[in-house]
Design a protein around this ligand. Structure first.
Ligand SMILES: Nc1nc2c(ncn2[C@@H]2O[C@H](COP(=O)(O)OP(=O)(O)O)[C@@H](O)[C@H]2O)c(=O)[nH]1
Ligand SMILES: [Mg+2]
Length: 192
């Protein structure tokens, strides 16, 4: 509950945001596309051990995986600064989540409609903590397109949770997602 936002008007506000979602949904891509600093990312080649448990079916092209976290920064209008922390997508790294989540105003949960279940655990995590989050549907070219309502039903979302379609590779698109989260988080008035 140590929200880093400042509302004294004298200094720009800074918000910590988590970028979550299953393995291969586009977290590292989103942080990299919007970040104005070279994103820090700790990646390593998929190990033999990891390959056995990671779901590689729809993501054969993905050869590297983030084992620690992605970190980036973006300045919005009015001097609002967002610090982005990508969560490790695999269950075996979840012990890091509590540390990462501390002080965050909310989360972007990325989903890939070809593998919705990959993001279920992330959604559960923020729902259980009553933490603000938005769903960002990362639109991969070969995925079928679904309406917002279909996605809501499939993910069993509460009606107030925003759903935004995006292309994580495009900075303007990723930025729109972040603005949607900040708007939502400020409306809800809760923090992780
Ligand atoms: N076509 C397409 N590919 C994407 C998009 N976002 C990410 N990718 C690719 O999907 C793979 C997984 O993305 P990555 O950001 O590493 O996923 P992470 O495991 O959630 O960090 C990478 O090969 C990306 O280049 C997208 O919006 N469209
Ligand atoms: Mg990653």
């Amino acid at each position: 509950m140590t929200n880093s936002a400042r509302s004294d008007g004298a200094a720009p506000a800074a918000y910590k945001i988590l970028v979550a979602g299953g393995f291969g949904v586009g977290k590292t891509t989103l942080v990299g596309s919007v970040s104005e600093i070279r994103p820090l990312s700790t990646e390593e080649d998929l190990s033999e051990a990891g390959a056995a448990v990671d779901d590689l079916r729809a993501i054969e092209a993905k050869r590297r995986t983030t084992v620690a976290m992605d970190f980036g920064r973006i300045t919005l209008g009015g001097g609002v600064v967002l610090y982005l922390f990508g969560t490790p997508g695999q269950e075996r790294f979840w012990f890091m989540w509590e540390q990462l989540a501390r002080g965050a105003v909310g989360a972007v949960v990325l989903v890939d409609t070809r593998r919705l279940t990959a993001s279920f655990a992330s959604i559960d995590y923020f729902e259980q903590r009553s933490a603000p989050f938005v769903i960002a549907v990362n639109q991969f070219e070969d995925a079928a397109s679904y309406t917002e309502d279909e996605i809501r039903v499939a993910l069993d979302l509460d009606p107030h949770v925003p759903v935004v379609l995006c292309d994580a590779r495009r900075p303007d698109s990723a930025r729109t997602v972040l603005v949607a989260l900040i708007d939502h988080a400020l409306r809800v008035g809760e923090s992780v």
